[in-house]
Design a protein around this ligand. Structure first.
Ligand code: AMP
Length: 291
């Protein structure tokens, strides 16, 4: 049985008990899918007791974003967590996580600046703040995050080092549907037609992987091809970019010679989708043709 805990105090006590054997931790915003569940399974490989959290964190949403309509299904999530053998679910209210008068924020400015940081002002500060608070409650643990949110993972790795937190951070590969689309809670917003259009994203990444495998190293060429694929079917592109996979800074001389991250964020209808690959490193995306 998953133990469901609602208060910071209860969760802290449960984590303290788990420390002797080892605690795995998977923070989420719920509406769980196979991507989230794979993180729980990965956490179980590292620690005998695994906690997940579900908290739709208001400080990481901008004023015109989807906080109010973000999908919520606590009962469904609980049975999925049972099925993969999670031990603890921490599902606090907003008031429980943010005390009256709260004002402290955690910023990781350089890692948060490019890519999504240019379009979601304050987003990574909200993420860094809530994750730091969660780690302050869990104490020592192995925390598993998805590489689907690559920049978020980079922000968290940085803050854990900078704040000397006793947390081992593990990045887990992106889990995809059979046609290549990255699993995401926001896929629930897509109509069947929009979902078909969204396949342009993994298709563009797969094309870049294939070009890289055959020796293409000019970022501009790879980006232009990806952009035209995405432009054809999406409503608005936030970015299609290739950056250094460690620093997230621009490539030197436009050449893909180091580990390079290719990342895409675009809007399909009202839904903002993101995806990425590390060229030459991530498994090749198996894709179906977009309509
Ligand atoms: P979210 O609920 O969207 O905040 O995501 C919670 C965690 O699940 C984050 O570490 C995400 O990176 C991870 N995640 C979301 N989608 C996927 C996916 N398709 N594959 C792997 N991890 C994912």
């Amino acid at each position: 049985m998953v133990q469901v805990l609602r208060t910071v105090h209860e969760f802290r006590v449960a984590c303290e008990k788990a420390h002797a054997s080892g605690l795995g931790f998977v923070p989420t915003m719920g509406a769980l899918h196979e991507g989230h569940l794979a993180l729980v399974t990965e956490a179980k490989r590292h620690a005998p007791i695994v906690a997940a959290s579900i908290f739709v964190n208001p400080t990481q949403f901008g004023p015109n974003e989807d906080l109010a309509r973000y999908p919520r299904d606590l009962d469904g999530d609980l049975s999925k967590l049972e099925a993969v053998g999670a031990d603890i679910l921490f599902a606090p209210s907003t008031d429980e996580m943010y005390a009256t008068g709260e004002q402290t924020r955690v910023a990781v400015p350089r890692v948060a600046a490019p890519l999504c940081g240019r379009f979601r002002l304050g987003h990574f500060e909200g993420v860094a703040t809530v994750v730091t608070k969660l780690f302050a409650i869990t104490g020592p643990c192995t925390a598993v995050f998805g590489r689907k949110d690559y920049q978020q993972l980079a922000v968290i790795k940085r803050l854990v080092v900078d704040l000397c937190l006793p947390v081992q951070v593990i990045g887990f590969p992106t889990v995809r549907d059979l046609d290549g689309l990255a699993k995401s809670s926001r896929n629930l917003y897509l109509s069947p037609d929009e979902r078909a259009c969204a396949l342009a994203i993994p298709n563009a990444l797969a094309e870049a992987q294939a070009a890289f495998a055959t020796g293409e190293r000019a970022a501009a060429t790879t980006l232009a091809r990806a952009r035209s694929r995405i432009e054809a079917v999406t409503d608005r592109i936030d970015y299609v970019d290739i950056v250094d996979a460690d620093s997230l800074e621009p490539l030197v001389g436009n050449q893909i010679d180091h580990r390079a991250l290719m990342a895409i964020a675009c809007h399909v209808g009202k839904t903002r989708l993101i995806d990425n690959v590390v060229l030459g490193e991530d498994a090749r995306i198996a894709v179906a043709e977009a309509k």
